[in-house]
Design a binder for this molecule. Sequence first.
Ligand code: ZN
Length: 242
Amino acid sequence: MRYLIVSDIHANLAAFKAVLNDAKDEWDFIWCLGDLIGYGPDPNECVALLREHKHLSLSGNHDWAVLGRMDLYHFNADARVAIGWTQSVLSDETQEYLEALPPRDRYAPYTLAHASPREPVWEYILDDRTAAENFNYFDTNVCLVGHTHVPVIYEWADNVGVRRHEPHYGQAIPVNTNRLIINPGSVGQPRDNDPRAAYAVLDSEENTWEHRRVAYDIRSTQKRMSQFRLPFRLIDRLEHGW
Ligand code: ZN
C-alpha cells in the first residue's frame, strides 16, 4: 500500500489541492497527522476534500482548540483570533467529523501521533533529546508525527543514540532499518523557511519513505485570509515559510 502522508493542513485549501495534484496516482490511501484547521481560510472545504478520499486522520491541538477542548491561553494572540474565526464558520458536519478523531493511532509497524508519542496533542519534538526520550513511548519501528511544521527524520541506533537527518526531497529512503521518528512537514503553514507545501509518500511494501515539496498559489490563500480579516502576521508568514 502507498500512503500519502500529510499533516498540519491548517485550512489551506490551495496548498492541500497542490499536494493532491502533485502526488496524483501515486498513492492508495491518505494518512493525515492532524491540525486540519486553524490559521487558514478554508476549514470546511479542507475537511470535505480530505473526506473525498480513502483516509485516516488524527486530530491536533488546533482541532482540539476549535472544538473547545482546550484553554486558549495555550495559544498566541494571532492563533487565538484564527481559532475564534474558525469556530464562527465551522459547519456542524465538520465539527462532528473532527470530534471523532483520535490524536494518536497505531498501524504496526507504524505509530501515528499528531505531536509526539509521549504527548500526542502538545509536545514539540524539536531537538535530539526530546526525540530520544520519545523513542520509549512507542513500540513500533516507525512513528510519524507532525505539529512542528518542520520536516525531519530522527533515527535511533543502539549504542549511538539519536541521529537527526534532514529530508532529501524526491529521494526514497528505507524505513525498515533502525527505529525512526519522521515528520513530513506541514502542508498549509511550513516553518522551515521554505514556503512550499510539504508532504511525503510512504510505500509499505517497498518500505520506503519520500519527503516532497510542492509550490502552490500562496497569494490565493493570502487573499482569502485578508477577506476574512485574519491576522496580518499569519497571512504574511505563508510567503516566507516561518
Ligand atoms: Zn499545526
